[in-house]
Design a protein. Sequence first.
Length: 299
Amino acid sequence: MGAIPEPLTLRARALEVDLVPRIGGSVGSLRWRGIDLMRRLSDDDRQAGNVLGVAMFPMMPYANRIAGNAFDFAAKRWQVQPNNPPETINVHGSGWKHAWTVAEASDAQATLSLDIAAGVEPFSYRATQAFEVSEVGLSVAMTLTNTGPVSMPFGFGLHPWLDRDPDVTLQFEATRFYLEEPLGIAGDPITLAPELDFAAGRPLPAGWRNNDYGGWTGEATLRFPLRGAGLRIKADPVFGHLMLYADPTKPYFCVEPQTNASGAFNRGGWSDPDEGVIVLAPGESAAGTVSLMPFALGA
């Protein structure tokens, strides 16, 4: 395949999605009927290659944070390195920190791939993201394969960034809420209190949120009344967790479907379905699809 320019734009009727493979295998924008429904990558951030400015990036080979940059698995201590200064702990794994390769592309489809060999980090893996746009929306099929010589724990997810309009609302169902400890580490899960429940739909909280919701049903709905549109996120059952990041001082927020509970690698519940860690033997793969579907308000 010849060189493919960036951004790589996928189109289907009213939907237009820009991909920026070299910036963490990310989505640069998602526009529907001319309306931005995710935070758009600015020209300055694109030029700088700033992955923290994109619309959405992948989380692989696990989602969220590992406390102390270490975890115990199979009678061995495994170490990771800080990767997001000034934070002192590893965040979201390594996938978002590398340029991805365009394996194939057409007007409405593209597959990106990434191969990582153990070295600085203990994981060896191959990851793919298969993007497809249609009149219904954008689907992202994620696949993660253990290419190392031993079984290892894995997880994956997507990290959308969304504009914090003053009238935006969020709706989803879950059963557990993980308390936040210092350095953004997830702590104990508690039963979901009414004040923390988004099942009926509500505005974003006025205070800080950086919390994992467990027992997520796999669907979240965002409404942007000022834009006259909404965005529905649907995920396969493997994505049992939804991370909500909402800082009232920032013009954006994040709603992140992910397989593993935040902080799960430090709790050692490798076979606990509530923790969602996926142990892969050498050569084994895990996969799941997330769909992002725009809709008109009132539809």
